[in-house]
Ligand binder design. Structure first.
Ligand code: OKP
Ligand code: ZN
Length: 344
């Protein structure tokens, strides 16, 4: 299986994440790439390629133009305003205020375009986000052209990024961009299966009213887990999209047995929906040792996950989402991909 990866993903080197009231070194750090690359090299899985630059058109196919312009200019405007730290929102158009104004000040725009406060913007953030979506596009193009599976080692991740909002370490929704590309290349329906510990609120929102993308997510129950305000079981899609959004919220500590039984339901739904391509939002933060998550996967369980995904029998693209800096993230990613390949 080919991997797509870009050195430019390292350009995001944020220093601060607002975590439990403290500014800490971000969990979503460039070292994550090294941990995965090390195991990819050792695994003999296949070559690692640098993707082409696909420009902004595929981004604008799923994101708001003004939002993209905001991301492109935010750091420069923040610096021009003379601020000391990284760009972090601290005011929102909350429920009791107006949501129809986009203020001129970068501080006001930050709140408008952010859905959470943990994710700072700093030098290289936009460039790394561009590289990350190129990684996703390189992977999906390869799979579209050959039918072979591919892995996009995306960084930053994407599944929390909505039509015009960033947060949860995400800026561009890599999975949505790849899915839209597959549709534009002629696939009639694409499944996005999100196995990251956190609900893929951005992916859900982008495709919520559409029937050409089936979005299914298994995740920590938003009653007690980030992103809290989306990801409940009663969110099934709207209008033509009714039935094409499926959420499986699961309690913290959920056993792998229960998780896998839930996966079987999801895979049956993907098969029944006549999807022509599968995109896996591959968060390996379901690992028992993940520092910010609460599921219980062992490294061996990731092999079984890959094997199950192969049963679907679709051209498949794996895109990296979460999974934080513990040594095992490399082996966990490789186990999914090898489990998948060996079961084909
Ligand atoms: C991004 B991805 C935990 C707070 C969570 C943000 C998590 C973003 C996860 N105490 N903060 O889905 O892995
Ligand atoms: Zn996650």
């Amino acid at each position: 299986m080919l991997t797509f990866y870009s050195e430019d993903s390292r350009l995001r080197q944020a220093r601060t994440e607002l975590h439990d009231g403290a500014l800490v070194t971000p969990f979503e750090c460039p070292e994550r790439l090294d941990l995965v690359l090390k195991h990819l090299h050792q695994s003999g899985l296949g070559d690692i390629r640098t993707p082409s630059a696909y420009g902004l058109a595929p981004v604008l196919a799923v994101h708001d133009k003004e939002y993209v312009t905001f991301l492109a200019n935010c750091w420069q405007e923040w610096q021009a305003a003379g601020h000391e730290g990284e760009a972090i929102p601290n005011i929102w158009p909350a429920r009791t205020m107006r949501g129809d104004r986009i203020p001129r000040s970068v501080s006001g725009q930050l709140g408008y375009y952010a859905l959470a406060a943990e994710t700072s913007i700093s030098a290289g953030t936009f460039e790394a986000a561009m590289a990350s979506k190129d990684v996703a596009l390189g992977a999906v193009e390869h799979t579209l052209q050959t039918g072979e599976p591919s892995f996009g080692l995306c960084r930053p991740p994407g599944h929390h990024a909505a039509f015009d909002q960033f947060g949860g370490y995400c800026f561009f929704n890599n999975a949505a961009i790849a899915a839209q590309r597959a549709l534009d290349a002629g696939k009639r329906r694409v499944a996005i299966l999100d196995v990251d510990f956190h609900h893929g609120n951005g992916t859900q929102q982008i495709f919520y009213k559409r029937d050409d993308v089936l979005f299914i997510s298994l995740h920590g129950d938003p009653e007690v887990t980030f992103p809290y305000y989306l990801g409940y079981a009663d969110e099934n899609g709207e209008g033509p999209g009714k039935g094409f959004n499926v959420n499986y919220p699961l309690p913290p500590g959920t056993s792998v047995t229960r998780w896998m039984a839930t996966l079987e339901l999801a895979l049956a739904q993907i098969k029944a929906a006549e999807c022509e391509c599968l995109i896996v939002s591959l968060g390996v933060d379901i690992f028992e040792g993940d520092p910010i998550s609460a599921f219980t996967f062992t490294s061996e369980d990731f092999t079984a996950l890959g094997e199950h995904l192969a049963q679907v029998g679709l051209p498949s693209v794996f895109l990296m989402e979460g999974g934080y800096a513990v040594d095992e993230i490399g082996v966990n990613v490789v186990n999914v991909l090898q489990g998948f390949e060996q079961a084909l």
